[in-house]
Design a protein. Structure first.
Lengths: 112, 112
């Protein structure tokens, strides 16, 4: 079955440090990849998406992600985090334009 | 601005009562979805509808019902048959083609 794995349920980091949130998906010939962010008691907001073209995707709030087909990964990165980045982050994959499959989420906690 | 509106944001009910959560969108999207979110479990699909007057069960449909009489509206009823209804419920719509979802702000249901 198709699946998405977010390896870390929680990632603690100090402010201004770099961060990487990991996402792996089960292999498929055609995928669309997404990262969403969720602040407490709110809906999900799209951070960035990979549909085709350049494997390095830039999103909002200084985040970027790299599509790696050989490793079936789509890790999210930010070179310097802020307190305001504290939130839950979800990786999601669409296989052959079917409905999205979500990972279980990674809680990013930024400390001063 | 176009978007998805969910109401109410917070809802309390007694055991044995049915409750209906509202979801309205003005994005002109054909597909709409309901997800349930519990801590540490990510998003689980309850029901989805790809066109008016048609809907399909998701992964956890038992104890829930939906209707899709208008393109803009996709209400979810949490029935008394749902064994553990306390959760955060998210409605979303699909722009079509890639699986990208647009989310509402969510409704938090607490059963007392």
């Amino acid at each position: 079955a198709q699946s998405v794995t977010q390896l870390d349920s929680q990632v603690p980091v100090f402010e201004e440090a770099p961060v990487e949130l990991r996402c792996n998906y089960s292999s498929s010939v055609s995928v669309y990849l997404f990262w969403y962010v969720q602040y407490p008691n709110q809906g999900l907001q799209l951070l960035l998406k990979y549909l085709s073209g350049s494997t390095l995707v830039k999103g909002i709030n200084g985040f970027e992600a790299e599509f790696n087909k050989s490793q079936t990964s789509f890790h999210l990165r930010k070179p310097s985090v802020h307190i305001s980045d504290t939130a839950e982050y979800f990786c999601a994959v669409s296989y052959n334009t079917d409905k999205l499959i979500f990972g279980t989420g990674t809680r990013l906690q930024v400390f001063p | 601005d176009g978007g998805i509106t969910q109401s109410p944001k917070y809802l309390f009910r007694k055991e044995g009562q049915n409750v209906t959560l509202s979801c309205e969108q003005n994005l002109n999207h054909d597909a709409m979805y309901w997800y349930r979110q519990d801590p540490g479990q990510g998003l689980r699909l309850i029901y989805y509808s790809q066109i008016v007057n048609d809907f399909q069960k998701g992964d956890i449909a038992e104890g829930y019902s939906v209707s899709r009489e208008k393109k803009e509206s996709f209400p979810l009823t949490v029935t008394s048959a749902q064994k553990n209804p306390t959760a955060f419920y998210l409605c979303a719509s699909d722009a079509g083609g890639t699986g990208e979802l647009f989310f509402g702000e969510g409704s938090r249901l607490t059963v007392l």
